[in-house]
Design a protein around this ligand. Structure first.
Ligand SMILES: C[S@@+](CC[C@H](N)C(=O)[O-])C[C@H]1O[C@@H](n2cnc3c(N)ncnc32)[C@H](O)[C@@H]1O
Length: 263
């Protein structure tokens, strides 16, 4: 029997398809090479169990585990469903110890889509229960831009209108015709330029998008813990220079994939 790919599921109609096709195309790219391995897959948020069946079919040697506040009854070989909350730090280790004592290969968060809860699950599972080179997927992160949704109360509306302050626009106007070369600027121009360059860029900082931006900071960890350039001299003795715990963060419309750095 041929093993279906995640692309087959992306192309399947209604009944079997649980996730949008673009998510599955990205998952195929990232997970396709694991098809014949005895992978351990954890999904937070099971609903009626469609995705559990998809993982089971596409990874015939895999152990497929789901958790949900209100889990369905599913009685299938290699599929295990547990009732519990995604942010329960006593429950997550129990499930992980029972089914993936060596760590998960893939974790998918498709549960509450609330930044605060996703952040708790992420850091707990990422640090303690995801294998090196394992991948953690955060689905539907764009819901954090939905300012008025009944289920996603951490969302706020976002507008890309400039947030330039009066002082920044004044600095821009004053510095506009100054020479670009730093040494040629006089002291006032240097101060204005420094002020102009250190403005804060407008960005959505709420819900899952806000959390994902924190993950981007984690990618830059080696820079902001850099003893010479990243840490202010007053703190340099107390901050250790560290590499990022991630080898990559792939942000796509709908799903973000974080790959854990190798050991
Ligand atoms: C979008 S559905 C999951 C769909 C499923 N992953 C699929 O692809 O077929 C979200 C599920 O997350 C569950 N859920 C919501 N908040 C949760 C929480 N805090 N902890 C665990 N599960 C939660 C809901 O009960 C619901 O069944």
């Amino acid at each position: 029997m041929t093993v279906p790919s995640l692309i087959d599921y992306a192309q399947a109609a209604g009944e079997t398809q649980s996730k949008p096709a673009p998510y599955l195309e990205i998952y195929e790219r990232y997970f396709g090479h694991l098809r014949d391995r005895d992978v351990a897959i954890l999904e937070l948020g099971v609903a009626d169990g469609k995705s559990m069946k998809m993982w089971r079919d596409c990874f015939p040697k895999g152990t497929i585990v789901g958790i949900d506040l209100f889990p369905p009854q599913i009685d299938e070989a290699r599929v295990h469903i547990h009732q519990g909350a995604q942010d329960d730090r006593a429950f997550l280790p129990k499930v992980s110890q029972e089914h993936a004592p060596q760590g998960w290969d893939i974790i998918v968060d498709d549960a509450a889509h609330i930044g605060e809860l996703a952040k708790i699950s992420f850091w707990h599972l990422f640090k303690n229960h995801l294998k090196a080179n394992g991948v953690y997927a955060l689905e539907d992160w764009g819901t954090g831009y939905w300012g008025n949704h009944p289920y996603y109360p951490d969302g706020k509306y976002f507008s890309e209108q400039s947030d330039e302050t009066l002082l920044h626009s004044l600095a821009n106007r004053l510095i506009k015709n100054a020479p670009v070369e730093w040494p040629k600027l006089n002291l006032v121009q240097k101060l204005l330029r420094r002020y102009q360059y250190t403005r804060r860029f407008k960005s959505h900082e709420f819900g899952l998008p806000g959390f994902i931006k924190q993950l981007v900071d984690e990618i830059g960890r080696s820079d902001w813990t850099h003893p010479e350039y990243g840490v202010p001299p007053s703190r340099s003795s107390s901050v250790a220079h560290e590499r990022s715990p991630f080898s990559s963060v792939l942000v796509t419309p709908g799903v973000t994939l974080i790959t854990k750095a190798g050991a």
